[in-house]
Design a protein around this ligand. Sequence first.
Ligand code: EPU
Length: 415
Amino acid sequence: MKKLKINGNKKLIGEVRISGSKNAALPIIAAALLTPDDVILHNVPDLSDVRTMLKLLEGMGVKVVKDGATICINASQITNTKAPYELVKTMRASILTLCPLVARFGHAEVSLPGGCAIGARPVDQHIKGLQQFGASVTVEKGYVNANAIKLFGTTISTDMITVTGTENLMMAATLADGITVINNAAREPEIEDLAKFLKSLGADIQGEGTSSIRIKGVKALHGTEYTVQPDRIEAGTFLVSGVLTQGNVTIRKCNPNHLKSVLEKLSEAGAQLKIGDDWINISIQNRPTPVSISTAPYPDFPTDMQAQFMILNCISDGTSYITENIFENRFMHIPELRRLGANIQIENNTAIITGVPQLIGAPVMSTDLRASAALVLGGLAAEGETIIDRIYHLDRGYENIEIKLRSLGADVLRI
Ligand code: EPU
């Protein structure tokens, strides 16, 4: 199994280009099922989750041609509408094929994703919403079976804010008969990117980026050429790397507007920020000031940056509190960060962190994607050698991370 070896305590200095967004690319690739025409996507990150989504579509008979970060998808000749357990169990976002399949082909058989390291993560809102469009949906033998001769526009208010839930229902609505309103919709930038993509296919959507999205169904959608937005979580992770190592890092090809809550907290930590249209430069003179954080849906502080800010607080000059409100089990990085010498206590869903002047390298184990990002950051800040095991978690969401970190002067090797 591949590991990452880091010799830490080196200032990171230089520039890094941010890749396309994983969580925008995944629903957009699934949405290519909505049209029989060619969909050409640019800026698609080369990540294991993206490869899994493409494999899932290819298993249904979809043609995929890949040329670097450009992918051409054609779903004109579908042979089946099944998302099998073997693939779904490796990536929960596979549930995003449910609504496009039913909307275009009238049926889908998608494995239930099951539990997940960071929480139970049920998909009841996806199912309940699809039923509201008039589909008949049953769950049998671990599969969600959905059938509908036609979907009908409807008004849906989800019980909680769900990102992929909103995305699935948006896709169903594009081909439904009549008008759909999704209330309590997620407002994440990835929702806006999906809406922009769907509009480029000919969909009629208003209100994306607000909590009420209105979609007027159309008879059919056509092909398009589209560029996926930059990954705001990769961007945030590299910004933290600059602060943690007291370096000077510029991230290029990012969207600073998507990072407001993260930038506010970095500034509160004492970082100096220079911000351009599609770049951010970060540096810091002293040990970071502790920053307390409470995760919440966009535009508030993202759960996907929680672990990275925890490691920042671990070396800060004082005590901070991090409360995780989205997922019930997203503190699995804490025992591993303690192995690096971090001082963290847990009280319910709040971590109390007392900064230490220096972390010391140690062998650690990744448990999920963002936890592994925190361990990489920990290794970069720690004195001596850190070996991170199970980095397949990292490869789900960070493209060429060791190459990018080496370009900033980090001593990182994949072994
Ligand atoms: N929830 C339900 N029922 C549902 C749907 C959600 O109870 O039917 C609950 C979840 O269990 C959770 C909360 O609602 O407690 C919010 O979950 P959400 O549905 O918003 O999460 P998601 O759509 O499964 C996406 C990202 C995650 C990110 C979350 C929150 C993708 C592919 N995944 O997940 O990204 O953490 O939104 O922003 O977009 C990651 O990239 O590391 C990652 C986990």
